[in-house]
Design a protein around this ligand. Structure first.
Ligand SMILES: C[S@@+](CC[C@H](N)C(=O)[O-])C[C@H]1O[C@@H](n2cnc3c(N)ncnc32)[C@H](O)[C@@H]1O
Length: 176
């Protein structure tokens, strides 16, 4: 009756998974940078950092007094991950643009493309995440090359920053 069913699924053990992973964190590839430039919740930063490690991206964040400690607490990986401290977010974004990075806003905006239509990044890309309450500030919107929106069909108006950033990073990395 169930001939279409394959054999039982056997999740890989920790040891088996570990053997397929890098022994150390990847170094700074500078190809993908997740940029939560107006962070409010430390838990989001730790979660994003894990996604950055998984897809080969760096994290860029201002060194607010609580940020290094929040990253250390939220990062449950054994090895150091690639974190760039930005200083003033607007100045840093302008520098990235001048250096030729593609600056992609992750935001709910009429001008945004849908996540399904976002191709893997062929040029070095900064993925900018907005303030957890107010979104990407107007001054920073002027520094974006394009924007991507993650469609939502439920009741909630937005995703949290770590979820939105992780979905976009996986797409940019070409792993989804
Ligand atoms: C909680 S939302 C910000 C609040 C929202 N802009 C507002 O003013 O009500 C925080 C950030 O998460 C990202 N985000 C959340 N949901 C998103 C979605 N569906 N598509 C794209 N970005 C999203 C954006 O970067 C946004 O600025």
């Amino acid at each position: 009756v169930n001939a279409h069913r394959s054999a039982a699924i056997r999740p890989r053990t920790r040891q088996e998974i570990g053997r397929t992973r890098r022994r150390r964190s990847h170094r700074c590839w500078g190809h993908l940078i997740a940029a939560p430039l107006w962070p409010l919740h430390g838990a989001n930063l730790g979660t994003l950092l894990r996604t950055c490690d998984a897809v080969g991206a760096c994290l860029a964040v201002p060194r607010l007094p609580w940020v290094p400690e929040a990253l250390a607490r939220g990062n449950t990986l054994r090895h150091q991950t690639c974190v760039h401290y930005t200083g003033d977010p607007l100045r840093w974004l302008a520098q990235q643009r001048n250096a030729g990075m593609n600056v992609l806003g992750i935001e709910l905006a009429d001008e945004a493309i849908r996540l399904a239509d976002l191709p893997a990044a062929r040029v070095p890309t900064v993925a900018v995440l907005g303030h957890e309450r107010h979104g990407i500030p107007p001054d920073a919107l002027d520094l974006l090359d394009q924007a991507v929106e993650i469609p939502m069909i439920g009741h909630g108006s937005t995703l949290n920053v770590a979820v939105a950033g992780s979905l976009v990073l996986y797409k940019l990395a070409g792993l989804l």
